[in-house]
Design a protein around this ligand. Structure first.
Ligand SMILES: O=C1O[C@H](COP(=O)(O)O)[C@@H](O)[C@H](O)[C@H]1O
Length: 240
């Protein structure tokens, strides 16, 4: 994979021989960005993904020697399950990232109350708004269907959530491939991060990404919305 010019934004490729090597390097890169934000403005923020891919990265990042008490962590998306559920993205972050040194970080969950439709979205939107923009770091994942955050093909609010001019920070999303209803951060919040990472593993995901970097509609592979509207280079971290 070469540094690639997508339709409008540029991506930078970081390939590793193994997943542990990727996790270590990505954690070092993210920790350096958070430390720099703390040095320059006294605080740092990061929005991370859920799913299965980030576990080793979180374990590495949780031991980083930075002032975690000045770091706010949140999620790029969440599933409509209680925080104790095995599919909860919050559970993944709490058990894998907010450990060790990172236990001192602040955490802003998206799913803070039992699901209650519009009110839940409003609460999450307000909570995210209090973090301040832009986030210093956003780490995205990607599914084999080309979804990222909860921008799913066929998603009920895909057009609104991937609108580069979206004014809301959080939207709800339902899609056949999503399992549960979701909450997702919207495109502008993701693509304005100075350090924007797309973390994917496996040859099958690389194939999907290669297709996404080519021409085609964003509705078919919604990760294209990020690749095309990113305000800074998208750092693609990949291992077989
Ligand atoms: O449902 C989700 O899936 C994606 C990708 O997850 P993975 O298990 O293939 O790593 C993830 O980025 C997103 O946060 C999550 O909600």
């Amino acid at each position: 994979m070469k540094a690639t010019e997508a339709t409008t934004a540029v991506s930078e490729s970081h390939e590793f021989a193994s997943r542990p090597a990727l996790a270590e390097a990505l954690a070092a890169r993210v920790a350096a960005a958070l430390a720099e934000a703390i040095r320059t403005r006294g605080a740092a923020s990061i929005a991370v993904s859920g799913g299965s891919t980030p576990k080793a990265f979180f374990a590495n990042l949780s031991t980083a020697d930075i002032d975690w008490s000045k770091v706010t962590v949140t999620l790029v998306d969440e599933r409509a399950v209680p925080p104790s559920h095995e599919r909860s993205n919050q559970r993944l972050v709490v058990t894998q990232l907010l450990q060790n040194r990172a236990a001192a970080a602040g955490f802003v969950p998206l799913w803070s109350v039992p699901m209650d439709g519009a009110r839940l979205v409003d609460l999450a939107d307000a909570a995210i708004g209090r973090i301040g923009r832009p986030f210093d770091v956003v780490v995205l994942g990607m599914g084999l269907d080309g979804h990222t955050a909860s921008f799913f093909p066929g998603g009920s609010a895909l057009a609104e959530a991937t609108d580069p001019a979206a004014t809301r920070s959080v939207m709800s999303m339902e899609a056949e491939g999503a399992g549960e209803p979701r909450l997702t951060l919207t495109l502008p919040l993701l693509v304005e991060a100075p350090l924007l990472v797309l973390h994917i593993e496996g040859k099958d995901k690389l194939q999907v990404l290669t297709e996404a970097l080519g021409p085609g509609p964003e509705t078919a592979l919604p990760v294209r919305a990020v690749l095309r509207h990113a305000r800074h280079p998208v750092n693609i971290y990949w291992a077989p």
